[in-house]
Design a protein around this ligand. Structure first.
Ligand code: TMP
Length: 218
């Protein structure tokens, strides 16, 4: 599949469990894309705009049970609506490549499929807020849960609310991302995150080279 990269930019999301190394891989991919002369905007969810970042703090700090499933999903989508309007869409309109560390698949995985909310409510929110404005390509970094929790726990930051929900929940999240990839193979690519940083980066580059070779050419 080789969809042309139009002048209206290109939207990539990175997804996966906690500790899969998304931010490192995003930096490496952004560097490779910048070398072709493209503007690359790196952003993240929840967050990515002043309003989104304010909501991020509410979501990621504190007790694991502080939000009900529906409140949590609504906050994720309030942040996402602001992020789309203020950061993602203006950048895509300028013709930039936008790479986001998490997007709507995270809500489907964490709140919808692994959490108690269920798929239907999350799909309704998706249709209301995102609809046709979703990613052109989604890289799902896959890693055994134990390894991911070891890596993310080692950072020692305050944003550990989801990590603190435990390994059984994280395993459901992992399976949910794999299920999303099975359902949408054209948009999603699963890349194993078990190996070294350079190997994983090479595999991500291969996915792009195969599906969207024009992105990596000058
Ligand atoms: P991260 O920035 O370290 O990836 O942490 C964000 C956390 O928020 C992560 O544990 C997954 C969670 N999350 C959701 O549960 N739903 C969402 O929609 C998003 C964007 C993140």
């Amino acid at each position: 599949m080789t969809t042309p990269v139009s002048s209206s930019g290109f939207f990539i999301s990175f997804e996966g469990g906690d500790g899969a190394g998304k931010s490192t891989q995003i930096e490496l991919l952004a560097e490779a894309l910048r070398q072709t002369g493209r503007e690359v905007v790196i952003t993240r969810e929840p967050g990515g705009s002043p309003g989104g970042e304010a909501i991020r703090k509410l979501l990621l700090e504190g007790d694991a049970n502080k939000w009900s499933p529906i409140s949590e999903a609504l906050l994720m989508y309030a942040a996402r609506a602001d992020h789309l309007e203020r950061t993602i869409e203006p950048a895509l309109k300028r013709g930039a490549v936008v790479i986001t560390d998490r997007f709507a698949d995270s809500t489907m995985a964490y709140q919808g499929l692994a959490g108690d909310l269920g798929e239907k409510a999350v799909t309704t929110l998706y249709q209301l807020v995102v609809a046709a404005r979703g990613p052109d390509l989604t890289i799902i970094l896959d890693l055994p849960v134990e390894e991911g929790l070891k890596r993310s726990g080692a950072t020692g930051d305050a944003e550990q609310r989801f990590e603190s929900k435990g390994a059984a929940y994280q395993e459901k999240v992992r399976q949910a991302f794999l299920e999303i990839a099975r359902r949408e193979p054209e948009r999603c690519a699963v890349v194993s995150a078990k190996d070294g940083i350079a190997d994983v980066a090479g595999r991500i580059r291969e996915v792009i080279q195969t599906r969207f070779p024009q992105l990596l050419s000058r």
